[in-house]
Design a protein around this ligand. Structure first.
Ligand code: UDP
Length: 323
């Protein structure tokens, strides 16, 4: 198939692009490179520099690529930042995404695959979290993604735009070639590994008074290659709707730091800090629906696999991508 990938220069988008190409698909990457890196775009993909804020830019890109499907990864994805700069999140994650959905309809694109998030749920009533839980986001990041989920539902029922929205839990790990490099890194695993690389003095633990066994937030980590696999299955499945992607295992911030110590063989100094606004205490997926309906089989379900893959990539690319 011919796939139009937004955000294909970013962390998850670059690795999904690589896996789509490995699976024999053709890919056009559209990315404005504010978060992404040109050198993270697989050389086999066609690259269109994106200017999503310019009238007609997204539509022109989609109509020139004539894709069978769109995979929409491009987004701002930092919970903490969304609490201080919500405007950025609503403009990019909702408004620019809406322009893309319009272009999909106008261009007659058959299928839309959307990177949504477990942040659309807010603090859950039940763990593990199934797709039918109420969605009550507690940060603008989650809200902006939920807004676009709703747009997709209406566009499906009225315009017939078929979609799959994957609600990712916490992506981690790397492929051999591509990995996680944010210009300002806020994610737990890369930040802890930066301590080992001597780029940060110590790890920081945001909040130690949560209602969890060790007082720190619990997240469900998922290997980025398993995420990519789910996208490829979703594309071929003919299914539509919402799917959680996680492993059903929760790890606390302290447990993640311990795993980084185990994998790197280094003691990692850590300091306790206040809570980060917008953080739900515990997010753990049930991905039973994706397993049952899409035939998804995560291959790297252990946190150790993810931290090992991330560490291998960061050791090879201590400064990340050159651009
Ligand atoms: N976190 C932390 N120290 C850091 C970065 C993150 O304690 O240096 C915590 C953060 O508050 C959250 C968890 O680790 O509870 C996962 O955060 P991350 O930003 O990696 O992903 P998120 O769950 O926000 O998407």
């Amino acid at each position: 198939m011919n796939i139009f990938v937004t955000g294909g220069a970013g962390y998850i988008g670059s690795i999904c692009t690589e896996e789509l190409l490995n699976a024999g698909h053709r890919v056009t990457v559209y990315d404005n490179l504010t978060e992404g890196h040109r050198s993270a775009v697989d050389a086999r993909a066609k690259f269109i520099p994106g200017r999503p804020e310019q009238e007609g830019d997204i539509l022109n890109a989609v109509t020139s690529a004539k894709p069978d499907a769109i995979m929409h990864f491009a987004a701002n994805a930092l919970v903490g930042e969304s609490m201080t700069n919500p405007k950025k999140y609503f403009h990019n994650n909702a408004f620019n995404a809406l322009k893309l959905a319009d272009a999909a309809v106008e261009g007659g694109v058959k299928k839309f695959v959307f990177s949504s998030t477990c942040a659309t749920y807010g603090p859950p009533d039940r763990i593990p979290m199934t797709e039918d839980l109420p969605q009550r986001p507690i940060n603008p990041y989650g809200e902006s993604k939920l807004m676009f989920e709703k747009i997709l539902q209406w566009y499906q029922s009225i315009y017939g735009l078929e979609f799959i929205a994957f609600r990712y839990f916490n992506a981690a790990g790397a492929s051999e070639k591509f990995g996680e490099h944010h210009r300002i890194e806020t994610h737990l695993i890369p930040r802890v590994l930066q301590v080992v690389l001597g780029q940060l003095p110590q790890a920081e633990i945001f909040g130690t008074d949560y209602p969890t066994p060790d007082g720190t937030c619990i997240r469900d980590y998922i290997h980025v290659l398993d995420l990519a696999q789910a996208h490829i299955l979703g594309l071929q499945s003919g299914k539509t709707g919402f799917y959680n992607l996680g492993n059903g295992d929760g790890y606390s911030v302290r447990e993640v730091i311990q795993m980084c110590e185990q994998v790197t063989g280094k003691k990692i100094p850590a300091v306790e800090k206040p809570r980060r606004p917008g953080d739900p205490p515990r997010l753990v997926a049930s991905a039973e629906k994706a397993i049952r309906e899409l035939g998804w089989k995560p291959k790297f379900a252990k946190l150790e696999d993810m931290v090992t893959a991330a560490w291998t990539w960061h050791k090879k690319h201590p400064a990340g991508y050159p651009d």
